[in-house]
Design a binder for this molecule. Sequence first.
Ligand SMILES: [Mn+2]
Length: 265
Amino acid sequence: MARARFSWVREPLSLPNPARQNEIVTEANSATNGARPGIIVAHTSDLHVGGRWTPDAELQNLRAVLEAVQETSADVLILAGDVFDTNRTPLPVVEKAARLLDDATVRIVVLPGNHDPATSETVYRLQEIADVDNVYVIGVDVGDTVKFPDLDLDVWGTAHMDYHDMSPLAAPPARTATHQIAVAHGHYVRGPHDEHRSWLIHDHEIAATDADYIALGHWDLPQPAGDGSVPAYYSGSPDLAKTVNIVRLGSGSVDVKRHALHVGD
Ligand SMILES: [Mn+2]
């Protein structure tokens, strides 16, 4: 697999308009010399739905994320953990979230995080969520890989199955699709001072995935991780980042940008 070149560009926080969206599609076409336009993946994490004091705010971020998916014509949305603040999220909130996910036309990959792990009582086993056909929950609906044959894309990750420590990026599978994305919810180790934490993600583990992109969750601020050998980014939470990451996968190219959300300041 050709080593991808990638860039990390913060898009202006202005409201996207239709003309700008057309430009984006044109860019994707030209990058692949008129072949099939590249895949567009939206990535966010740490929505913590159910963790707010004001009921009206519960789903505002999820709505904004799904708007961004539409604006960017993303093929797949990755939610990299802690979508729900707790597995005891009140049922009316779960129902509303499920309705929003169901109404979205995009396919959605969810990785259970440390707040919403895939226990026997996880929120993701509730019928309200299980009934949503376009949502694929790693560790619940599927094993560790979600395959999208029409996109020639695999999304691999290790779900938090309980509340204990685990290695989010251990034992990556060999690539079987043209495009491979890894998703992980944990703490990137920047140095020895991080080693006491849980759910550690090391440079050598990021490099060993040989993925085109690693969608990281658990940190609230958007930032890159790893030594640069594989593009790995935290999206940050919609609350603090006020953006989602938009990843364009072409033939041998990976482009990562932040896309502004329409959320209250
Ligand atoms: Mn977390």
